[in-house]
Design a protein around this ligand. Structure first.
Ligand SMILES: C[S@@+](CC[C@H](N)C(=O)[O-])C[C@H]1O[C@@H](n2cnc3c(N)ncnc32)[C@H](O)[C@@H]1O
Length: 213
């Protein structure tokens, strides 16, 4: 691996690495791979492709992406004509995605904590939300909080769709039941969980239940 750039952020150390063998480029935070593209700029993470495909099948026009990283999902959605608003707590995410991952400069990437962003975002702003901000073994606190999911439900339009990247840490860990409970209390009840993709990630597709506030 050839390190191309290293940035220290409040959330950890972000490194962009070039894989010698095939020239794939990875966005790595504190040793954990967040985004991987090939030499032609194509996403190499099958769960990210699957999540984007669901949003495109649902004909999403305005998408919120919580967790931009190297911007693979945001870039694919943007290229398909979707208006994308991405959020990442690390200020380096947007410039690194642009420089090394071919993210278009016009992508809106807001530097914010994801939960703080949805708490203040206008109601019914998006018809699709991709939740992808688990960047380590630790489950983000927001994932376990009904109030975070209520905020996500609030920013979603009535027939909107939420797709969550479920890591193997989350699915196989002790927080899994708490996560499912928080999602339900937040107003999401129609849930479909995929099989595992390559590195153990699954995608969970859900929408606001009939009883959502
Ligand atoms: C798995 S990566 C996202 C990958 C991206 N969706 C893609 O398709 O390339 C997770 C990202 O979430 C960000 N993140 C972690 N905690 C966050 C938080 N509380 N709020 C916003 N972003 C956060 C990390 O900085 C990291 O860039």
């Amino acid at each position: 691996m050839i390190p191309l750039r290293t940035v220290q952020t409040a959330g950890g150390e972000v490194t962009v690495l070039l894989r010698r063998a095939d020239r794939a480029v990875g966005y790595v935070k504190d040793g954990v791979l967040q985004t991987l593209i090939d030499a032609a700029g194509r996403n190499l993470a099958p769960h990210v492709t699957a999540a984007v495909d669901v949003l495109l099948q649902e004909k999403v026009r305005q998408a919120l992406v919580l967790g931009h990283g190297g911007g693979a999902a945001s870039t694919m959605l943007h290229r398909a004509g979707v208006d994308v608003f991405a959020v990442d707590s690390d200020p380096c995410a947007k410039p690194l995605a642009q420089l090394f991952f071919r993210a278009p400069p016009c992508l809106d990437v807001i530097v914010s904590d994801a939960a703080a962003y949805v708490e203040l975002a206008a109601a019914a702003s998006f018809d699709g939300v991709l939740i992808d901000f688990q960047d380590s073994i630790e489950t983000p606190r927001a994932y376990l909080s009904p109030s975070f999911w209520r905020d996500v439900a609030r920013v979603l339009r009535p027939r909107g769709m939420v797709v969550i990247n479920v890591t193997s840490w989350l699915h196989g860990g002790c927080a899994w039941r708490t996560f499912q409970g928080a999602l339900g209390l937040g107003g999401f009840d129609a849930v479909a969980l995929s099989e595992e993709y390559g590195a153990g990630n699954r995608i969970l597709v859900t929408a606001r239940g009939a009883t959502a506030p």
